[in-house]
Design a protein around this ligand. Structure first.
Ligand code: ADP
Ligand code: MG
Length: 257
């Protein structure tokens, strides 16, 4: 696919829950290799948009195109296998498993492999090899995020910030091209927040694309090259931090709630 084409395009997305129109004709795109922010007041439809893009919800209308292919309505694991993964506003690690075990739960093409394993006996040798590889990769990832000393710790004993790091590490274990983070800084202390942002920039240097929902305006303004502003389910503005900061409508949307 053309390097300069957007990695993600959302076209006229609409999602209704009964009488509530959570997303109301949202359209935007995300440039390959960018750190893009998605902001908007509470209830603007940011999380629902994430859910529609990643297959958690099926939109009522509209299209989602990832890396040149339409993915609208596909299952979350299919979309993840294509290279688009997300984290949740509330971290979803498994509390009664260790950090390392959590890391091992997120292999690429999980479902396809277990099918092959059951059909082909000789596939098991390859599986052992792959698991070894996966474990090595998990360690590297934990080292990258500086939580390797917590590998044998139960996830429930981690701090809020450490959980966010684990979640990001788990997402990367699937070898994605693009990461969508829903409020990655929520409940994270300033030291870890700084570290998390450093990691995000380092990963972007490596070629990953980020779409980040974040309440903290300073985080958005200082780290994103483009920002999409949602209000009442639609896109109100899109541009550089400097551009959107001066938009009267944006200021109004925040102050008016
Ligand atoms: P944001 O993430 O921007 O705060 P959401 O996408 O969570 O906004 O919510 C947008 C609107 O959709 C809100 O009015 C919310 O109450 C509603 N909503 C979100 N998810 C559901 C759901 N599963 N069922 C019913 N209403 C929902
Ligand atoms: Mg939300």
């Amino acid at each position: 696919h053309a390097v300069d084409s957007p990695i993600l395009a959302v076209e006229n997305l609409e999602k209704r829950f009964g009488g509530i129109v959570a997303v109301d004709g949202a359209s935007f795109s995300v440039e390959r290799g960018s750190i893009t922010g998605l902001i908007g007041p509470n209830g603007a439809g940011k999380s629902t948009t994430f859910n529609c893009i990643t297959g958690v919800h099926t939109p009522n209308e509209g299209r989602v195109v990832f890396d040149g292919d339409e993915i609208t309505g596909q299952q979350p694991h299919q979309i993840a296998n294509r290279g688009l993964v997300r984290t949740f506003q509330i971290a979803r690690e498994l509390p009664e498993m260790t950090v390392l075990e959590n890391m091992m739960l997120a292999p690429k093409n999980q479902i396809g492999e277990s099918l092959w394993r059951s059909v082909l006996p000789h596939f098991r040798g390859e599986m052992v090899e792959q698991e070894e590889q996966l474990r090595e990769q998990a360690w590297e990832m934990l080292e990258f995020f500086e939580i390797d000393h917590l590998a044998e710790e139960y996830a429930e004993n981690l701090s809020g910030g450490q959980r966010k790091l684990l979640e990001l590490a788990r997402a990367l274990q699937t070898e994605p091209e693009m990461l969508m983070l829903d409020e990655p800084m929520a409940g994270v202390n300033p030291t870890l927040e700084h570290k998390l942002l450093e990691h995000i920039h380092e990963l972007r240097e490596q070629g990953y694309t980020f779409l980040i929902v974040e309440h903290d305006m300073d985080v958005i303004m200082n780290n994103c090259e483009r920002v999409i502003v949602m209000h009442q389910g639609a896109v109100l503005d899109e541009g550089t931090p400097a551009e959107i900061k001066d938009n009267e409508q944006v200021i109004e949307a925040y102050l008016g709630g």
